[in-house]
Every structure is written in structure tokens, then in C-alpha cells.
Write a protein that binds this ligand. Sequence first.
Ligand SMILES: [Zn+2]
Ligand SMILES: [Zn+2]
Length: 75
Amino acid sequence: MKIFATRSTCSLVKACKECKANYSQRSNLINHLASEHHLDVEGAPIKEQLSCTLCSFVTWAPHKLKNHKVCIKPI
Ligand SMILES: [Zn+2]
Ligand SMILES: [Zn+2]
């Protein structure tokens, strides 16, 4: 039995500390923190938005930039 589990910052925690929103997937929480609260997964404020190097797309959420591949054109 692991009694320290409730005290440590467990990787299974998927609830937002800011607004108590719950997510079944950690990636969704990371997305939520970035886009809603402009915080990274550690709770540190994100100062700059992430931007696409190929177009003017910008986002606070790293996963959204990851999913943003539509503008990449094959040469
Ligand atoms: Zn939140
Ligand atoms: Zn782009």
C-alpha cells in the first residue's frame, strides 16, 4: 500500500487546480490549462503563445499546435 500517493503530485491527477474541471485524459487537462488559464502543466504561467512556423496560427495549447499540421504542404 502506498500511503504517500495522496500527498505527491501524482501523474494520475487530471483535475484543474484553477476551476476544478476534470478530464479523463491528461493531455486534455494540459490543453485546458494552456488555453483557459495560460498555465503549463507545472502550473507556471505561459508568457508567449506558441506559433506555427509556416503560417500565422497561434495557440496557448501545445497539443493544438501539435494537431495543427494542415498548412504543411508537400513540396
Ligand atoms: Zn481550469
Ligand atoms: Zn500553420
